[in-house]
Design a protein around this ligand. Structure first.
Ligand SMILES: [Zn+2]
Length: 104
């Protein structure tokens, strides 16, 4: 919890100094998003990010990738409970918020 608070503060300062630049992208990997590989996704919001990861996971599952099939099953178990899903999303959102923007 303390870690998150520190990160949040740092992020606020970061946002303040870059408030005029709102088009930065952030990077997260498939495994950071509950997937199974190091594929990188670039997006401006966590919503976009999870969409990209879902699309990628679906493609991998269609190819019959075992690791992604397993990861998807675990996600589906989580989705049976809206609280579990919300907690998952909240967790990913925090991770996303704490990331530095891509330096591009
Ligand atoms: Zn993947």
């Amino acid at each position: 919890m303390a870690k998150t608070a520190i990160c949040f503060k740092a992020n606020q300062a970061y946002l303040a100094s870059y408030s005029l630049k709102t088009t930065f992208m952030k990077t997260m990997t498939c495994s950071q998003l509950g997937g199974a590989c190091d594929e990188e996704f670039h997006a401006k919001t966590i919503e976009e990010m999870t969409e990209l990861s879902k699309k990628h996971a679906t493609e991998m599952i269609e190819k019959g990738d075992e690791a992604h099939i397993k990861a998807r099953k675990e996600m589906q178990e989580l989705m049976h409970f809206s609280e579990g899903m919300n907690a998952w999303f909240e967790n990913k959102r925090k991770t996303f918020d704490c990331l530095a923007h891509d330096n591009k």
